[in-house]
Design a protein around this ligand. Structure first.
Ligand code: FEO
Length: 396
């Protein structure tokens, strides 16, 4: 299937409705994904990116229906990761001498993945490739999100091919942002940012400012995953700027795991205390052992404060809590306050341990945390409600 975007650009990608896990099992894709590839026709013809390897044969077969492969003059590899470069071996068997334009790091990575000495042409920011009446302008986007990542911009049509940036893992029957459910689109876009891009937020801000400084008109942003931004494409750029700048909403998220429901009851009591003092604040609870990790991470990203709870086990914490805190540490969220809670039977180390881990995550502890002996009695529950009230005030 191909879809004509305008007189010169055709979408030749693949929608992957079945995908439920990405990056191994690191990223849940409840709504599938797509691998967007584009054919740009002028006096010369350029192919921008390909698709994930399992769809390589299908991709090349469909491309042959769209164009004689020998008419492709240039291949642009904006990013070497397999979901975009995976069809290159299949394609290059057919047109082995076609030059592949990519960054220096891109050439290294593509050689590392495929061990082929293809005709790489290394480009850097500001380099241009003439297609005839139009040009492709290359803009390196190092660490957004790999060292090789790159954007390219089609002059005259004013289209930015942004690769992973501004994308979403989101398969729909549509192609453009104005055609889809806006709440679904926002949720997939923020999940993508929170789970993949937050460690690079300072670079996101810098890159966007650099792009704005180029004063290039923007009619469309063609991502490599999910829908393309044609209706007010600047909106996602502005949203990225907000997400990159210590983002938070008026939300407090409680994440916990529980053995015999004591820590769960503490979480619910704390949440009710927060609501008493701060009814306008969104309060969300997740049993991490029963929740999708990436959805929880997304809610943590949106929060001004998080509370983390685990009972004590073997002088430590439940593995589900240890795992998600490790994930949060790596994502380097900024501008978050935090506190710990949990039940215990005898030694009771969990709250102190969680507090230490939250500090390592770069979060500001609002309190030493709260513990409850065995399953909390009415007094303990009342103390948790009071704790919630204090947290609501401290998180303001
Ligand atoms: Fe969609 Fe970094 O690959």
């Amino acid at each position: 299937m191909s879809i004509q975007l305008n007189a010169s650009v055709t979408w030749v990608g693949k929608k992957d409705w079945e995908l439920r896990e990405f990056h191994g099992v690191e990223y849940s894709t409840h709504r599938g994904s797509s691998y967007n590839s584009y054919l740009v026709r002028d006096e010369k013809v350029a192919l921008i990116d390909t698709v994930w390897q399992p769809f390589a044969k299908e991709f090349v077969a469909n491309l042959k229906k769209e164009i004689d492969l020998n008419e492709i003059d240039y291949i642009i590899a904006n990013h070497s990761e397999i979901d975009h470069s995976g069809a290159l071996p299949e394609l290059m068997r057919e047109i082995p001498n076609t030059p592949i334009y990519c960054t220096r790091n891109g050439a290294r990575a593509l050689k590392g993945h495929y061990h082929q000495n293809w005709n790489f042409v290394e480009v850097k920011t500001g380099d241009r490739l003439s297609l005839g009446k139009k040009e492709l302008l290359f803009i390196e986007a190092r660490m957004l999100h790999w060292p090789d990542s790159m954007f390219c911009y089609l002059t005259e049509d004013n289209i930015l091919f942004s690769n992973d940036a501004f994308g979403q893992h989101y398969a729909t029957e549509f192609l453009f942002n104005d055609e889809v459910d806006q709440a679904e689109l926002y949720q997939e876009a923020v999940k993508y940012y929170a789970n993949i891009l937050t460690p690079f937020s300072s670079l996101v801000e810098k890159k966007i400012n650099e792009f704005i400084g180029l004063n290039l008109p923007l009619s469309m942003i063609c991502t490599s995953h999910g829908i393309l931004w044609r209706d007010n494409p600047v909106q996602i750029v502005e949203q990225y700027m907000k997400w990159a700048q210590d983002y938070q909403e008026d939300q407090i998220t409680l994440i916990y795991d529980t053995m015999w429901n004591g820590t769960r009851r503490m979480a619910e009591a704390i949440a009710s205390g927060i609501k008493m003092v701060s009814p306008e604040t969104a309060v969300k609870l997740f049993n991490v052992g029963r929740s999708d990790k990436n959805d929880v991470i997304t809610e943590v990203f949106k929060s001004k404060a998080i509370l983390v709870g685990s009972p004590t086990i073997n002088r430590g914490i439940l593995t589900s809590i240890a795992a998600i805190l490790e994930e949060i540490r790596g994502l380097e969220f900024r501008n978050k306050k935090a506190a710990a809670f949990g039940c215990y039977g005898w030694s009771g180390e969990s709250v102190k341990m969680i507090g230490r881990l939250l500090t390592e995550c770069g979060m500001e502890l609002m309190d030493d945390g709260i513990r409850a002996l065995w399953n909390p009695d009415e007094d303990s529950i009342a103390q948790c409600v009071e704790f919630g009230k204090q947290i609501a005030a401290a998180a303001r």
